[in-house]
Structure formats: structure tokens, C-alpha cells
Design a protein around this ligand. Structure first.
Ligand SMILES: Nc1nc2c(c(=O)[nH]1)N[C@H]1C(S)=C(S)[C@@H](COP(=O)(O)O)O[C@H]1N2
Ligand SMILES: [Mo]
Length: 466
């Protein structure tokens, strides 16, 4: 560290710093931070942004920084942070995203970002989540195995219910539609790993930013009603889900993802067997003709192409249920350390999260603009969102946004705000939501865990006025 600053200042000082600080931030953020904030080699305390440091930072982010004095040392400016997808980088000196791969898939928006090719995984940049109901074209994709071909005769699709039930059932989708009352709910589906890219050191798995989530209108029947018809025995405490997708290798003898939930969640009136999305037949890529939806919980339980639900007398132990997958630490662990599986519990309800959906990260705004109009969305797993605050001065002051009521339970809540800014220059818009139990999004991803669950730091968007 000390060595790095020495090399940095001696090697490139004064005239070169403006050109290289953005690069340094992406190669060695700690060193860049120390250099910019003038941390003395022998004094472990940060200074303020001033002199060469301020000039370097301004050059790196593309403009003057009206609230530079509030910038916390150690914070990588949003304009330079890794993992911010899509729109043009904020500053001329900011590095282009390392080879962002955009999705090319029938019916899908071409600004979705591929974060895994085999299996196919794609996320939605925050600015594309600006609709009240996420269109299918913008909805994220997450697969663990091969995508099955399910085009033919949806109403003949069979689902069986077995295990700890009095009367095992085999029902076609057509029968399910005819036998049970259908309902439509607008509800968030969110991948358990959403926010994983915000962990330091990096956690393993698909590097989601905030875009492993969407909010669609789901039509189907209550899973609980179907389970009631089968008659769950008192011993039946957990579900196990099976679908028709093959293991990634194509080897039919290898099990694919198979998760389950505790019986109370299965019996929740909003846990559903679903065949339509936004009023259209459920697309194949989203599990069509029929899938499960457990709103508010890690998306991996919401089984696509579902063929069988087994009721079990113990916690399910299929692929994705054991070890540290879809699990959070009970006790904080040293980031990067080896995990002790005894210190983990299953991730169920997702944590509170908010995103700014307009303006987009990296937006250039006309010179002289003194008021920013913001839009966004917030959700909190099983809970509701109590409030969303935004800041444009690096967290020195916060403004409460206008937060809409959810359409129904598990819907996200849209928010708007209007904030004044004093001058042209570089701003970061920060948003943080608080859930109905008082938990607020932290500044950084909390409780590091090896597979990176629960990463819900506040969302930051960089904009440049003038
Ligand atoms: N059969 C099956 N269901 C599945 C998966 C899968 O790989 N196979 N992935 C799960 C995960 S991890 C998530 S986040 C959601 C993603 O749903 P989507 O692709 O419709 O957005 O589906 C879940 N259901
Ligand atoms: Mo997921």
C-alpha cells in the first residue's frame, strides 16, 4: 500500500495523474483512493479532496464535483465503480466496461446484460426497470441447467403432487385451470444472488448488480389450494420442487436445481402455480407452460417447468439446498475466509432494496439544470417498504421520496423525488430504502458470505450536468 503510493506519486506525479487515476481506480482502488485523498505514507488518516487529488478526481469522473468535500475516502466513485452496466460511462476518462455482453434472445430487449452464458443468465440494468410492470422483454433470465423445449400443448402439461399427502395427485394444467379459482397478482421475482457483485472480496457466482429482479403480473392458482386437495399430512413440513430442465451437461441422470420451502410459505395465498405473465401465456424461457412463484423469497424456489412437488417430512436436501448455496451467515465471518456450514441458515425472504430507474447511470444532463427529477422502485421481500431516501451530496443530507402504495402484497413500490443541485458538475444519486421493520440498506454489502447472498447496499447512479 505505502509502496504503491510512493510508486504512484514518484512515477507519474502532476501531469500524468489526470490521465491515469481512473485506470488506477480500476486496477488498485485502495492505492487510487490513498493517492487522491492524500493519505500520508506514515499517517493512517485520510485528508480532504484538494489540490492535485481534487483535480485528478474531477478529471476522472468528467467534471467538477460540487460536493467534493463530502466525498468519503475509500469510496470508489460510482462513475468508476465496476459492475455498473450499460449506458455510456460518466466521464471521458472513465474506462469502458470490460466487454459487456448484451443479450440477443428472441423477444428480449437488447440492453439486457449477459452475466452467464452456460447456463444462460441475463440481468436487467436498473434504468430498464422504469415501468410499473416489468415487460417480459425486460425481465431478467436465470437458468441453472439446459432450457427445455416445452412448446407443445400446454394444457396437457402434467404436475404431480406426492410425498406426505393423503391423496397423491396428477393434474394437467388444463385440469388445474378448470378446478381452482385463478388470481392475478403483481409481484416481484428476485434472484437470491441479486447484488452479489457488490461484495468485496468478490463472492462466487453470477455477478448480479441490482438487475436480478423484476415485477410482473402473474396469473395462476394458489399452490395451497392444490396442496389442500392432496391433503398434506401433519408430517408434511417442506416442499421439494422438480422440473423438466436437464442438468447443464445434458446428462439426465444428474440432478438439476431442486429447492423447496417451509409449508407455511407454500400455503401462503400469494404462493402460486402460474401459467401467464403480464396477461400472456408464460414464455418458455420463464418456465412456461407452468411454474411456481414464491414472491419475496429467493427466486430459486420459484421452480420453472415444474412437473412434480413432493411434500417432505424434513427440510429438502436437493441441489441448491445444502452447503452454503442460498444460505446466509448466522455469525459474521471474515470476508474471504473458508465457510463453516454450521454457521449458515437458508435464505428465505429477500432483503430491502431500492433502485434509481431514471436517470440512468452515466446520463449527461444539460448545463444549467438545477433540479433533478428522479424515479425508482423499492421492495423488501416479505415485508413492505416504509420509506426511501435519496441523497445527491454523498450522504450529507437526505430527502424523503414520494413512495407509492403497492398494488397488492409483494408488489414493488415506485418512488419519485425532485432535488435541487447548486451547480453544474458530477453528482452521485444515492438511494436507500427502509423496510417495515426498520432495516435500512447499508452503504456496503453486509455480512460477507462465500456465495454472496444478501448484498443490498444503497444504489448509486452517477450523472454529469453540463
Ligand atoms: N426448473 C428451474 N427452475 C428455476 C431455475 C432453474 O434453473 N430451473 N432457476 C431459478 C432461479 S435461481 C431463479 S432466480 C428464477 C429465475 O426465473 P426467470 O428466469 O423466469 O427470471 O427461476 C428459478 N427457477
Ligand atoms: Mo436465482
Amino acid at each position: 500500500m505505502i509502496e504503491c503510493i510512493k510508486n504512484y506519486w514518484e512515477g507519474s506525479v502532476a501531469n500524468k495523474i489526470e490521465r491515469s487515476i481512473a485506470e488506477l481506480y480500476s486496477d488498485d482502488p485502495e492505492c487510487a483512493d490513498a493517492a487522491v485523498f492524500g493519505r500520508k505514507t506514515n499517517v493512517d488518516r485520510r485528508g480532504f479532496l484538494s489540490g492535485a487529488g481534487l483535480a485528478a478526481m474531477g478529471a476522472a469522473v468528467g467534471g467538477a464535483i460540487p460536493f467534493a468535500q463530502n466525498m468519503p475516502g475509500g469510496l470508489i466513485p460510482a462513475a468508476l465503480a465496476q459492475g455498473q452496466p450499460a449506458t455510456p460511462a460518466a466521464g471521458p476518462a472513465a474506462k469502458p466496461e470490460p466487454k459487456t455482453v448484451y443479450l440477443s434472445f428472441p423477444g428480449k430487449n437488447d440492453k439486457l446484460v449477459v452475466i452467464g452464458e452456460k447456463p444462460l443468465v441475463a440481468e436487467t440494468p436498473e434504468f430498464l426497470l422504469d415501468d410499473d410492470t416489468t415487460p417480459i422483454s425486460k425481465f431478467y433470465i436465470r437458468n441453472n441447467g439446459q432450457i427445455p423445449d416445452t412448446a407443445k400443448e400446454p394444457d396437457k402439461w402434467k404436475i404431480s403432487i406426492d410425498g406426505e399427502v393423503n391423496k397423491p395427485l396428477e393434474l394437467t394444467l388444463g385440469e388445474i385451470k378448470a378446478k381452482f379459482k385463478s388470481q392475478t397478482r403483481r409481484m416481484v421475482l428476485e434472484c437470491g444472488g441479486n447484488g452479489r457483485s457488490f461484495f468485496t472480496p468478490p463472492a462466487s457466482g453470477n455477478q448480479w448488480t441490482n438487475g436480478g429482479a423484476g415485477c410482473a403480473e402473474w396469473t395462476g392458482v394458489r399452490l395451497g389450494e392444490v396442496l389442500k386437495l392432496a391433503g398434506v399430512k401433519p408430517s408434511g413440513i417442506y416442499t421439494a420442487h422438480y422440473g423438466s430442465d436437464l442438468h447443464l451437461s445434458g446428462d439426465a441422470s444428474k440432478p438439476t436445481l431442486s429447492r423447496g420451502v417451509r409449508m407455511p410459505k407454500a400455503m401462503d395465498p400469494d404462493s402460486m402455480i402460474v401459467w401467464a405473465m403480464n396477461g400472456e401465456p408464460l414464455p418458455n424461457i420463464h418456465g412456461g407452460p407452468v411454474r411456481l412463484i414464491y414472491p419475496g423469497w429467493a427466486g430459486s424456489a420459484s421452480h420453472k417447468w415444474v412437473t412434480k412437488i413432493t411434500v417432505r417430512d424434513k427440510e429438502h436436501d436437493g441441489p441448491g439446498m445444502t452447503g452454503t448455496s442460498y444460505r446466509l451467515t448466522i455469525k459474521p465471518m471474515v470476508p474471504g475466509d473458508k465457510a463453516d456450514p454450521k454457521n449458515f441458515k437458508i435464505l428465505e425472504s429477500m432483503p430491502v432494496r431500492s433502485i434509481i430507474t431514471s436517470p440512468a447511470h452515466g446520463t449527461k444532463i444539460a448545463a444549467g439544470t438545477r433540479e433533478l427529477k428522479l424515479r425508482g422502485a423499492a421492495w423488501a421481500g416479505d415485508l413492505a417498504v416504509n420509506k426511501v431516501d435519496i441523497s445527491v451530496d454523498f450522504g450529507s443530507t437526505w430527502t424523503q421520496t414520494q413512495l407509492s402504495k403497492p398494488k397488492n402484497r409483494f408488489d414493488w413500490q415506485r418512488f419519485t423525488a425532485s432535488v435541487k443541485v447548486p451547480a453544474d458538475g458530477y453528482y452521485e444519486i444515492w438511494t436507500r430504502a427502509t423496510d417495515s421493520r426498520g432495516s435500512m440498506q447499508p452503504h456496503v454489502a453486509p455480512f460477507w458470505n462465500p456465495s454472496g447472498y444478501g448484498g443490498n447496499p444503497m444504489h448509486r447512479v452517477a450523472v454529469l450536468i453540463g
